[in-house]
Design a binder for this molecule. Structure first.
Ligand code: ATP
Ligand code: MG
Length: 359
């Protein structure tokens, strides 16, 4: 008689405002599952953080990654502490998970939620609706390179960007799949192939190859420098955007700012083969300046939760959650980063009340 769909979620709040927004996200997800029925969510919380790293020398305890593998998805807060170097915390927790689970596609939807505003004059909610697909495993962040002659005037450092046909093709294919599912079927491939003659040219070649399998998707090529201007000057001309690890990292911060606030944007680290769990997180960091004040915007985490539900196959619940989040924003119940006065708890309560009111 048990036709209930069950999902097991690993929750890692980690540092700064991470635990605050993740517990808000869990509360909202539980309310949603109760109200809608048909599926159940079980959460297992892991208290891995920079605090545990400082005590034990490890972000992830022995066997921790195998433990994570048992879950259907990972719901992640933020990692980073003022007294731990960023590259240590990032590689110690977040990137260890991304790499172990082959989460090679990082997906960042960006749009202007109802009730929020873009800093761009005359940019309404329908004028900016993008999905940025970031290569999440190689490129400029492959960790290849080194330094010689340390401290000398003639010191040399190299940071080698690594691109493979396999790595580009699997990402490109995934980008095309996303573009195909969206109404406009428009994909913009971003590179810097006028100045970089190897990796970026390979990107262009692989894009052209993969495009042959997606004749229904319109492909458009941009150099990353010109792309930044186009995002600001002509946002409605873009839809799905595929870019390298570094380029997309930069473009997606620009995108989040153009959409209103870093406090609303979600990101998904996906293993499109579904052999491993994927990880879902707000794009903002640990934000120690507002930690413990109860004013962190939980909307990015709610949107993240919706992305996670959609990936698990609960598209209707995901859409429902976004309707509730947007109606709360429209009612003006928003945190200070969006110009409001509401606390994290007030926004969370309002979203839960809206879910219950509609069901
Ligand atoms: P990290 O080093 O982990 O990236 P950070 O301290 O650099 O963290 P971010 O989270 O990247 O900070 O964000 C920069 C600023 O944006 C923060 O200092 C904070 O004031 C604001 N901010 C970030 N997230 C939120 C949020 N959810 N709600 C409100 N303001 C936020
Ligand atoms: Mg930061």
């Amino acid at each position: 008689m048990d036709s209930q769909r069950r999902y097991s979620i690993a929750a890692i709040g980690a540092d700064g405002i991470g635990p605050e927004v993740i517990s808000a996200g869990i509360a909202v997800l539980r309310t949603l599952a109760d109200a809608l029925g048909g599926f159940e969510l079980e959460f297992e919380e892991y208290d891995w953080s920079s605090e545990t790293y400082k005590k034990t020398g490890q972000y992830i305890p022995d066997g921790g990654l195998d433990e994570l593998r048992k879950h259907d998805a990972i719901f992640f807060g933020a990692v980073g502490a003022p007294d731990v170097p960023d590259h240590v915390s990032l590689w110690g927790l977040r990137l260890a998970i991304c790499q172990t689970f082959q989460q090679y596609a990082n997906v960042r939807p960006t749009r202007i939620l109802l009730g929020t505003q873009s800093p761009l004059r005359s940019c309404g909610p329908r004028d900016l609706d993008w999905v940025i697909v970031r290569e999440n495993s190689e490129g400029e962040y492959a960790g290849q390179g080194g330094r010689s002659h340390r401290g000398q005037a003639w010191e040399v450092a190299t940071e080698v960007a690594v691109f493979t046909r396999h790595g580009i093709a699997r990402l490109m294919r995934f980008g095309f799949e996303i573009a195909r599912q969206r109404p406009r079927k428009l994909l913009t491939v971003v590179t810097k192939s006028n100045a970089q003659r190897n990796g970026m040219v390979l990107w262009d070649e692989v894009a052209a190859d993969v495009a042959k399998d997606f004749p229904d998707v319109k492909v458009d090529k941009m150099l990353v420098d010109a792309m930044t201007a186009r995002m600001v000057l002509d946002p409605s001309s873009l839809d799905t955007i595929v870019a390298t690890n570094l380029h997309a990292d930069i473009l997606s911060d620009l995108a989040a700012a153009l959409a209103g606030s870093i406090g609303i944007a979600p990101t998904s680290n996906l293993d499109p083969t579904r052999r491993n769990p994927s990880m879902f997180e707000p794009i903002h960091g640990s934000a120690f300046d507002i930690t413990g004040k109860g004013i962190a915007n939980p909307v990015a985490t709610f949107w993240t939760a919706a992305e996670m539900l959609a990936w698990l196959g609960e598209e209707a619940a995901a859409a429902e959650l976004m309707i509730c989040v947007e109606s709360v924003c429209e009612a003006g119940i928003v945190t200070a980063d969006l110009g409001g006065t509401a606390t994290t708890a007030e926004v969370t309560e309002a979203v839960m009340a809206e879910i219950r009111r509609r069901h």
